[in-house]
Design a protein around this ligand. Structure first.
Ligand SMILES: Nc1ncnc2c1ncn2[C@@H]1O[C@H](COP(=O)(O)OP(=O)(O)OP(=O)(O)O)[C@@H](O)[C@H]1O
Length: 264
């Protein structure tokens, strides 16, 4: 369970998130949506203690996140953030094994169990065949799946994901989010694709300019009028196989407003 109440956060004196809250029950997948720059990543960072809120409280299973540090935090919360780790000279297998670090002593080597868990995570993300490849040489989508495998190898029961479908082709986008739903972990996932959010999240929180403007089930949050207000785009709801889908169109008067005057 993850709870955030009245969280305000920002950088260098500039407040980005204003009084935001959310609650994710065990095993639930909560989608954090909103336009570019609305504060999704900033809010998410407060949920894994990468950013200390200026006000408000974040708890994991009732315990303030600020009380959890280092390995204690990593055993409870696994993160796939937007910033990719630098291209270290390590293999894919070594990268995923790093996910096991919170479970071993400082000087202990990896156990058979660690290797087994890492191999199983590699299989789940369909990157087992890349195990001996250098991480730095992978494509963007392959890297994303490896980072997800590393997070799963961590075996934390809370999962925080910042745009995990970045770089993935359409099939892997669906496969990854379907997998996330089946893991049974308490999950917060930042997503841009509102149709993926509708399909795979049990709850959604919509941020606009750092404030929560809607929260609830996908049907409650993905209302055409609200999305039009927040994103400035026309939205139509349709149902296919009982699943909510959104169709988007841009009013023609809003197109072509960007200047094409490039200096030569
Ligand atoms: N480290 C930082 N220092 C200063 N400002 C930052 C920092 N990180 C983000 N910001 C600013 O905070 C605002 C919100 O950024 P954030 O990344 O939280 O938004 P977002 O909703 O995740 O955006 P996107 O959808 O584009 O990824 C933006 O104006 C951004 O420029």
């Amino acid at each position: 369970m993850i709870s955030a109440s009245d969280v305000s956060a920002g950088y260098d004196g500039q407040m980005i998130v204003h009084g935001a809250g959310l609650h994710v029950d065990s095993g639930e997948v909560l989608g954090l949506i909103g336009p570019n720059g609305s504060g999704k990543s900033t809010f998410l960072k407060t949920l894994y203690a990468a950013l200390r809120p200026r006000a408000g409280l974040v708890t994991v299973d009732g315990q303030p996140i600020g009380e959890l540090r280092g390995t204690a935090l990593a055993r409870r919360v696994a993160v796939v953030a937007q910033e990719s780790p630098g291209d270290l000279p390590v293999t894919v297998a070594e990268t995923v094994l790093l996910g096991r670090s919170p479970h071993r002593g400082a000087l202990a080597s990896f156990t058979v169990e660690d290797h087994r868990t890492a191999a199983s995570a590699l299989r789940m993300l369909e990157v087992r065949h890349l195990a001996d490849r250098s991480y730095a040489t992978l494509s963007g989508g392959e890297k994303q799946r490896v980072l997800m495998a590393r997070a799963l190898a961590q075996q934390a029961d809370h999962l925080l994901l910042d745009e995990p479908t970045n770089h993935l082709d359409i099939r892997y986008q669906h496969e990854l989010l379907d997998l996330v739903g089946r893991l049974g972990l308490t999950t917060v996932v930042v997503l841009h694709d509102l149709n993926l959010a509708a399909r795979y999240c049990t709850k959604l929180v919509l941020l606009s300019e750092g404030r929560i403007v809607a929260a609830g089930t996908p049907v409650e949050v993905l209302k055409p009028e609200l999305l039009n207000e927040v994103y400035g785009i026309t939205v139509e709801q349709v149902y296919t196989d009982g699943c909510l889908q959104l169709l988007f169109s841009m009013p023609s008067e809003q197109l072509g407003v960007g200047t094409l005057d490039l200096e030569h």
